[in-house]
Write a protein that binds this ligand. Structure first.
Ligand SMILES: Cc1ncc(COP(=O)(O)O)c(C=O)c1O
Length: 435
């Protein structure tokens, strides 16, 4: 078993963190499992598993009924909305739950599309996941013009000049990712929101990839919409959309007649996944407890101590992110410098540590003479879980001309990973390629 550790550069108690996630203790072919697949979906703490199973064991019911379990379900969903409101820094009635980010984005693109037609323009980027591209591009069928901003192939950062050029008085919406799920670039979304607002356009931020790595504050950003998926930040497989109240109230969602006209429920299609919503509340509880522990500087569980919360839930989430950030940064530096020392390896994205504030711990590489699938398979046999391919960031792999040859090998680190795992991963990769 890997030894858990205290992250040297932060107040993050990695022993406690790792104990929360039962799946991290698995082995594969006798090797400890190393989860570097966070960008595809993160592991969940025990409390999320318990919340899902407790809900199904005790409270399983539909909403709006005049009886005990249904009322409990209504209450639980309301609490989960409050919790997600604190996670994103908005009000509970601005939180819409859905199956996943893609479904929510299609629903919103249909609703916004009702108001758009020839002469209207939407600005997208070529750096985005296809879930923030195709739902908007589909509005071409209504005569809407789609413009896509380029990115710089050398470091996979958005070409902000090109983006600014694409935004005109005809722009109705700018849809952009907070961070790239393929190459890890963090975009300057505050500036993009500002540019959109200046042109009188709405902003739609895909924060799916950013959410496990950085604090989201929709109020500070001033964005009109922001979407994320809880399964990428230690929760269950669901999506969450933030919409400014005025937009959720004004826009007309496609909906069935008996559904309420009240927000946010009028945006939610059919019966939701209640057990997973219970898991979302537990996921935010995890973030909160992590923050309280960071704040209190408490030691691992088992000491019998429990943290004394002195922070609000939002403040605790802020504290959790403050502790996660330097740990992820240190792992990224080690991983990237180790990778760059492997002969024939090409890294896609920001490689200069002085610019690491503009990237997260998601690293895309190719190694001469090996396909990404071959590398991922050989790593997988040794217990390292990585991804190969395009991860639906199809424009990125096409622009970089790697789509025909298997995309990238993607190594994704989140806060439950350790420096020791980074070292072992580098060792395994060197061995596989004979470096
Ligand atoms: C950046 C980004 N956006 C959107 C999505 C789609 O999310 P979902 O699976 O919740 O539809 C993903 C999934 O990997 C993603 O990484």
């Amino acid at each position: 078993m890997p030894t858990a550790e205290r992250a040297s550069s932060t107040s993050l108690d990695l022993t406690w963190v790792r104990l929360q996630f039962p799946s991290l203790a698995q082995t594969v072919n006798g090797h400890p499992a190393v989860f570097l697949d966070g960008p595809g979906g993160t592991q969940v703490p025990q409390r999320v598993i318990d919340a899902i199973s407790d809900y199904l064991s005790r409270d399983n019911a539909n909403t709006g009924g005049a009886y005990h379990t249904s009322r409990k379900t209504d209450r639980m969903i309301a609490e989960a909305r409050e919790a997600m409101g604190d996670f994103l820094n908005c009000d509970a009635d601005e939180i819409v739950f859905g199956a996943n980010m893609t479904t929510l984005t299609y629903a919103m693109s249909r609703a916004l599309g009702r108001e758009l037609g020839p002469g209207d323009e939407i600005v997208l980027t070529l750096l985005d996941h296809d879930a923030n591209f195709s739902p908007w591009k589909a509005l071409e069928e209504k005569g809407v013009t789609i413009r896509a901003a380029k990115f710089n192939p050398a470091d996979c950062t958005l070409d902000m000049h090109d983006l600014a050029r694409q935004i005109t008085t005809h722009t109705r919406l700018v849809a952009v990712g907070y961070a790239s799920n393929a190459v890890g670039t963090i975009n300057n979304v505050s500036e993009i929101v500002r540019l959109a607002r200046k042109a009188g356009a709405l902003s739609y931020i895909d924060a799916v990839h950013y959410a496990p790595h950085g604090l989201i504050d929709v109020r500070a950003l001033g964005c009109d919409f922001l979407v994320c998926s809880t399964y990428k930040f230690f929760g269950p497989h669901m999506g969450v959309l933030y919409g400014k109240r005025e937009h959720l109230q004004r826009l007309r969602p496609y909906k069935v007649r008996p559904n309420t006209n009240n927000i946010p429920q009028c945006w939610e299609w059919g019966t939701l996944n209640h057990e997973c919503i219970a898991g979302i509340k537990a996921c935010v509880d995890y973030w909160e407890e992590l923050g309280h522990r960071v704040d209190a500087g408490l030691r691992p569980a088992g000491t019998g101590q429990s943290p004394v919360p002195t922070l609000t839930r939002r403040q605790a989430i802020v504290a959790a992110h403050a502790a996660i950030h330097p740990h992820e940064r240190a792992m990224t530096e080690k991983m990237i410098s180790g990778l760059l020392a492997i002969p024939g390896l090409k890294l896609y994205g920001i490689a200069d540590p002085r610019r690491f504030d503009n990237r997260c711990a998601t690293i895309a590489v190719r190694i001469e003479g090996h396909t990404p699938l071959e590398l991922a398979t050989k790593l997988g046999e040794r217990g390292f879980f990585t991804w190969d391919g395009n991860y639906y960031a199809l424009n990125v792999t096409e622009q970089l001309d790697v789509e025909r040859t298997g995309g990238f090998l993607r190594i994704g680190l989140v806060h439950y990973n350790t420096m020791e795992e980074v070292e072992r991963m580098l060792g395994a990769l060197r061995e596989i390629v004979g470096a």
